[in-house]
Design a protein around this ligand. Structure first.
Ligand SMILES: Cc1cc2nc3c(=O)[nH]c(=O)nc-3n(C[C@H](O)[C@H](O)[C@H](O)COP(=O)(O)OP(=O)(O)OC[C@H]3O[C@@H](n4cnc5c(N)ncnc54)[C@H](O)[C@@H]3O)c2cc1C
Length: 410
């Protein structure tokens, strides 16, 4: 990168969204300048759960890197999800679908390793140049952008803003997209070792405790007898209940309860670490003249599960395809990416709408308890929910009130 130079395509942020974009654009021969404040490997506060959406996006990466991924990234195979309802009843939903080459469709892997792998996939393409620098200011020009970085100022014809939950691009240039607290969660992670009692098929656990609703406490098994434990709570709930999340997380881990026994031999490997989750419970503008916004910067975190890696990677893949249509191999034929918001929401919208509905159902804890009790009694309903976990097309049924009525009636 040379200060004062102009670049056709500059990507801000090399997390899952930016790196996936750069990998696809690089494979299509597009010139990409990829900037990140950190060099890789770098840590990212996260639950580290890689859902079926994420393994799907790994499969879609150019160059078929799945065998390489499995060899290089230590991961726990995750056979599904254990839901613990507010009243304490447990529902295990197993993932039946497997992805070709993967031990299971879900995995748990440290973001330190996962993001470094994606970054390597992106920077292996000859047209992708990576520069470690902090983006300090962005200014709109008549035909592009001026980007001030810790390595000097450059110009960009097109910007891909993939700079995460605290996106500078969104804060400076999309002020109207400011996030309301009810579309945002606060999350805390703490790596621990020697946590007991995980299921043998590596179920990840979501504990919907009454004091955190519609958020939850999580426990995810990791390689090497380690675990990622944490909690995520909607920011308006944190403010309304005046929750202090750090003491709350430590209290859950140390309390004298059934759960506490699972931590009796455990030790923390770090202090709880926090970061924000911009939720996809509201649709935000993700494209316009000379720019697209991806991943957390576009508020693409599932409002029920807190999953954001898969949607971030999907946004990168879809944006690369859209931009390739506007690139003639040497220059832009046009720089109008207004249509990106529709394309993106066509992909994530159905799932996010259902997740928002599930998040709202959590306002009625006895209803959640009743659904769990019903599914544990009825193999038919249990199987239906497992199928819905596996298949997005089946999940659409959950949007119908009639579905819940017939489930509860049996
Ligand atoms: C506590 C917590 C738990 C979570 N658990 C899960 C989970 O288990 N599974 C899941 O799928 N999702 C989870 N998520 C969500 C997931 O972490 C995000 O959705 C995902 O990281 C989004 O990827 P991204 O590329 O958009 O942003 P990021 O991963 O945040 O990447 C943004 C990149 O931009 C760079 N950057 C930012 N600002 C600048 C700047 N000014 N200059 C240069 N570079 C910059 C950063 O260094 C970073 O590398 C969790 C989030 C939190 C906070």
């Amino acid at each position: 990168m040379e200060a004062g130079e102009s670049y056709p395509l500059v990507v801000l942020g090399a997390g899952p969204a930016g790196a996936t974009f750069a990998a696809h654009a690089g494979a299509l021969g597009m010139p990409v300048l990829l900037l990140d404040a950190h060099t890789f490997p770098r840590d990212k506060i996260c639950g580290d759960a890689l859902s079926g959406n994420t393994t799907y996006e790994l499969e879609k990466l150019p160059g078929s890197p799945v065998p390489d991924f499995l060899e290089r990234v230590p991961a726990t195979a995750s056979g599904g999800i254990r839901f613990v309802a507010p009243g304490g009843k447990v529902l295990d939903l197993k993932l039946k679908r497997t992805r070709k080459g993967f031990p299971s469709s879900g995995l748990v892997a440290k973001r330190m390793d996962f993001d470094a792998f994606l970054w390597q996939q992106a920077t292996a393409w000859p047209t992708v140049e990576f520069v470690q620098c902090k983006v300090q200011q962005i200014e709109a020009l008549p035909l592009g952008w001026n980007i001030q970085t810790s390595q000097g100022s450059i110009k960009a014809e097109v910007i891909v803003a993939a700079d995460g939950a605290q996106s500078r691009f969104v804060r400076e240039l999309q002020k109207g997209e400011a996030i309301h607290r009810k579309h945002h969660s606060a999350g805390l992670r703490m790596y621990m070792e020697n946590v007991q009692g995980f299921s043998s098929d590596g179920l990840i656990e979501l504990h919907f405790r009454k004091d955190l609703l519609p958020g939850y406490f999580w426990m995810f098994p990791m390689p090497g007898n380690r675990a990622n434990v944490g909690l995520g709570v909607r920011s308006d709930v944190v403010a309304r209940k005046r929750l202090k999340l750090r003491p709350k997380l430590l209290e859950i881990v140390h309390e004298q309860s059934v759960l506490g026994e699972r931590f009796s031999e455990a030790s923390a490997l770090e202090q709880p670490q926090g970061f924000g989750l911009p939720l996809g419970s509201t649709r935000r503008k993700a494209g316009g003249t000379g720019f697209v916004v991806l991943g957390d910067a576009a508020g693409l975190i599932d409002p029920f599960s807190g999953e954001g890696i898969g949607p971030a990677m999907a946004s990168g893949r879809l944006a690369a395809a859209l931009m390739h249509e506007a690139w003639n191999g040497k220059t832009w034929m046009h720089r109008d990416f207004e249509s990106f918001t529709d394309r993106l929401w066509k992909h994530v919208g159905d799932d996010f709408r259902i997740s928002l509905l599930l998040q709202r159902l959590l306002r009625f804890p006895p209803l959640f308890d009743a659904v769990v009790a019903r599914c544990n009694r009825s193999p038919k309903w249990h199987q239906s929910l497992e199928m819905m976990l596996d298949r997005p097309e089946e999940r659409k049924q959950m949007a119908r009130p009639g579905f819940w009525l017939s489930l509860l009636r049996g």
